[in-house]
Write a protein of this length. Structure first.
Lengths: 442, 113
């Protein structure tokens, strides 16, 4: 893979140098070379981030029951497919169009007036938008009405995510103006998806049989995953795709920070897996696979905001803490709040997204940006907190209203019978494991 | 000695187990079964082609009991499995000729209980 990448890069270099080297000045020719690198790097990274859709699909399918596997696949496929079209129509324009006082973009709808640089950037951004949307699918798994989910998916890709993205990633956005730093999207992508997931799971209610009331006390039941190998394949694919997610966010193929970002991403994910394993080992007596898989993802989400401005050692620390946080958060949401999140999406993406964004205010140590531990002042931490709070308020409000509206008008949930039968049969009229006898007593 | 065989909806199994436990019936075996009865099947479609599914998934319980436990067993199964809708299932009560416990060689009432 690396060798191939190198050859592609070298080829790009030769072509641009050969074509333009003779009749333009050296400065212009260097610009051409650098543009070629950017083009190749961003499109490769976009493809890597696109592959994360497969990761999400496998994680969510694996961690839920066999009778709903096809439904989860459909949700993930439609998150991207519907999302890409709505991002062309509205999302990109709202996110990167000309800004109205830093809150909302208003131009470039339908990619109007785009050149190849804009196509390149659109391609890199559309895969991020789809990531935010697809986070929600896992938290709402196994009980959501498919048609209502489709409407929600369009709104998050076309409006909720692009507005938050505009604030932070559009150069004219109000949070960007304050110096809020979210390099690859702990807040922009993961918290937006995670908070919407929390509202979805809350409004929707738990899966049947998840929380039983026995003598006035709520008893929390386990609804085990049906395919752990698929879930782990999904986590490895996500980890792989994350190299595009974080390293690609340099938006430049000639940025020497790419190497540091890759190192930091690796270390944080590794540390997250290790610490979550240790904690769940201590808590339940066994190193449990599904929680450890969540831990690796937690480490990835945790480092996403700060991967370009941290030392590797800070990244390890951030990953370790992410792994602890995700285990405690899963327990808290399940056992205290009684919100049913089958795959831990809220804990991984929203809670660790918040932690990762805060961590920038603590551990950042680059020329432009320094966190508390390296500057001794709270300036950056303060800005990070404002960003976290603003995105939280925006996402929670809009997604709550949207889910409520869907619930009132089209119904958000399938009937109890349909839920028992499984969404594969009741929503899609087809089974995922035909020829296998899969029996479920819940 | 009787053998109680019941076919119930799979998702009712936990409820039935709970009711049996309350009636102090702790020994049972469970197998998965597919079958058809009054409850109609459903239609699936694969790549646009319709297919009828009429063998539905059920759970089969087998409980061997002494005479005085037949009524409580049947009542407990009905209580746990009944929803009032077609498809709730059926219970059969069969005579049992003999019963042995393999470990101790006991037979009859003692072996069953």
């Amino acid at each position: 893979m690396l060798k191939k990448l190198f050859l592609v890069l070298l080829f790009g270099l030769l072509v641009s140098a050969g074509v333009f080297g003779d009749d333009v000045s050296t400065g212009e020719s260097l610009q051409q070379i650098s543009d070629s690198f950017d083009m190749i790097w961003l499109i490769i990274s976009a493809a890597l981030v696109f592959f994360m859709q497969a990761g999400f699909a496998m994680v969510e399918t694996g961690l839920t029951r066999a009778k709903n596997a096809g439904n989860i696949i459909m949700k993930n496929l439609m998150d991207f497919s519907g999302g890409a079209i709505i991002y062309l129509i509205a999302g990109w324009g709202i996110m990167y169009g000309d800004s109205i006082s830093g809150f909302f973009g208003t131009s470039q709808f339908f990619l109007a007036g785009a050149d190849s640089f804009v196509y390149r950037d659109w391609m890199f951004q559309v895969v991020f938008a789809a990531t935010a949307a697809t986070i929600v699918s896992g938290a709402m798994a196994e009980r959501t009405k498919f048609s209502s989910y489709l409407i929600f998916s369009l709104v998050i890709s076309g409006l909720i995510y692009p507005v938050a993205g505009h604030w932070i990633w559009n150069g004219d956005g109000w949070l960007a103006g304050m110096g809020f730093h979210d390099f690859a999207g702990s807040t922009v992508v993961h918290s937006v998806g995670g908070w919407a997931a929390l509202m979805g799971a809350k409004v929707l209610g738990a899966r049947k049989g998840k929380y039983l009331e026995i003598d006035g006390k709520v008893s929390v039941q386990a609804i085990p995953a049906h395919n752990m190998p698929l879930a782990s394949l999904g986590v490895f694919i996500l980890w792989f795709g994350w190299y595009g997610f974080n390293c690609g966010s340099t938006l430049s193929g000639t940025d020497s920070a790419i190497a540091l970002i890759a190192v930091n991403t690796t270390l944080s994910a590794a540390a997250g897996a290790v610490s979550s394993m240790v904690l769940i080992w201590l808590m339940s007596g066994k190193p449990e696979p599904s929680m450890t898989l969540n831990g690796a993802l937690a480490g990835l989400v945790g480092i996403t905001a700060g991967c370009a401005v941290m030392t590797p050692l800070s990244s390890v620390l951030i990953g370790l803490i992410s792994g602890f946080i995700v285990v405690l958060s899963v327990e808290f949401i399940d056992k205290k709040l009684h919100i049913d999140d089958p795959v831990g999406a809220v804990s991984v993406h929203a809670v660790c997204g918040v932690w990762g964004t805060l961590a920038v205010g603590l551990f950042a140590n680059s020329d432009d940006i320094k966190g508390l531990f390296f500057s001794g002042n709270f300036n950056q931490l303060y800005v990070q907190l404002i960003g976290i709070a603003a995105v939280f308020a925006w996402t929670i409000t809009t997604s709550y209203i949207l889910f409520r509206l869907l619930k009132a008008f089209s119904g958000l949930r399938v009937t109890e019978d349909e839920e028992l039968k499984g969404l594969d049969i009741s929503e899609h009229g087809s089974e995922s494991y035909y020829g296998f006898q899969i029996f479920q007593n819940q | 000695m009787k053998l109680v065989i019941a076919y119930i909806q799979p998702h009712r199994l936990n409820e039935v187990k709970k009711e049996l436990y309350k009636a102090e019936i702790f020994k049972l075996s469970v197998t998965n079964a597919i079958g058809c009865g009054q409850q109609e099947g459903y239609t699936e479609s694969y790549r646009g082609v319709q297919m009828e599914v009429n063998l539905l998934k059920k759970v089969r319980l087998e409980i061997a009991v002494n005479e005085d436990f037949v009524k409580p067993t049947v009542d407990a199964i009905i209580k746990g499995a009944r929803s009032g809708k077609i498809g709730d299932g059926k219970i059969f009560v069969l005579p049992v000729e003999e019963c042995y416990r393999i470990r101790s060689g006991e037979s009859g009432r003692n072996a069953i209980g």
